[in-house]
Design a protein around this ligand. Structure first.
Ligand code: ZN
Length: 151
C-alpha cells in the first residue's frame, strides 16, 4: 500500500493512516462493528471514529489499543504510524517530531510503541506492559533515548 511520498495533509493523510491501522487492528484488515460485526462501516475523519452503517453505532479506534492512554492525539499517532510504515529506509524520532510538531522525546516514545506493535502485529494493549514501558522511559536519560532512536 505504499503511496508516492507521504507528505500529504489533512483528510487524505488521516484517512490513509486509518486504513493502515485497520490492517493491523482487525485480523482481515477490515474494520468491523464491535456490536453487530458488520463490515459496512465508514470512517469519520473529523471524529477519528468508524460508524457502522447497519446498527449506526460509532466506535473509536483508540479503545483497547496502545493509543488509549496517550496524551498525544490520535491524529498524531496515525500520522506517525503512517510515516513509519511508508518510509523504507526508516524514519528517525527527529523527523517524526519535526513533522508532527511534537518533541523528539515524544516522537521516540511513539516510535517504540509503534515498532513493537508492528513487530507483534497488534495494537491491542497488553495489560501491565504500558505502565512498565513508561516507567522505563522516565528512568532513561535523554542521551540514552537518543541512542535508542538512532540505533
Ligand atoms: Zn453495527
Amino acid at each position: 500500500m505504499l503511496v508516492e511520498g507521504f507528505y500529504f495533509n489533512g483528510y487524505d493523510r488521516i484517512q490513509r493512516a486509518a486504513w493502515f491501522f485497520a490492517g493491523l487492528r482487525w485480523e482481515d484488515g477490515e474494520a468491523a462493528c464491535p456490536r453487530c460485526q458488520s463490515k459496512r462501516v465508514s470512517f469519520l475523519t473529523t471524529r477519528l471514529m468508524w460508524k457502522c452503517l447497519d446498527c449506526k453505532k460509532q466506535f473509536s479506534i483508540k479503545v483497547g489499543t496502545i493509543f488509549e492512554d496517550s496524551p498525544l492525539g490520535l491524529d498524531k499517532w496515525l500520522c506517525a504510524m503512517f510515516l513509519i510504515a511508508n518510509c523504507k529506509n526508516g524514519v528517525s524520532s527527529y523527523e517524526i517530531g519535526r513533522d508532527l510538531d511534537i518533541t523528539q522525546k515524544s516522537a521516540w516514545f511513539m516510535l517504540q510503541r509503534i515498532r513493537h506493535a508492528m513487530h507483534t502485529g497488534t495494537f491491542t494493549k497488553l495489560s501491565g506492559q504500558v505502565e512498565a514501558d513508561e516507567t522505563l522511559h522516565r528512568r532513561q536519560g535523554q542521551e540514552h533515548a537518543f541512542r535508542q532512536a538512532e540505533g
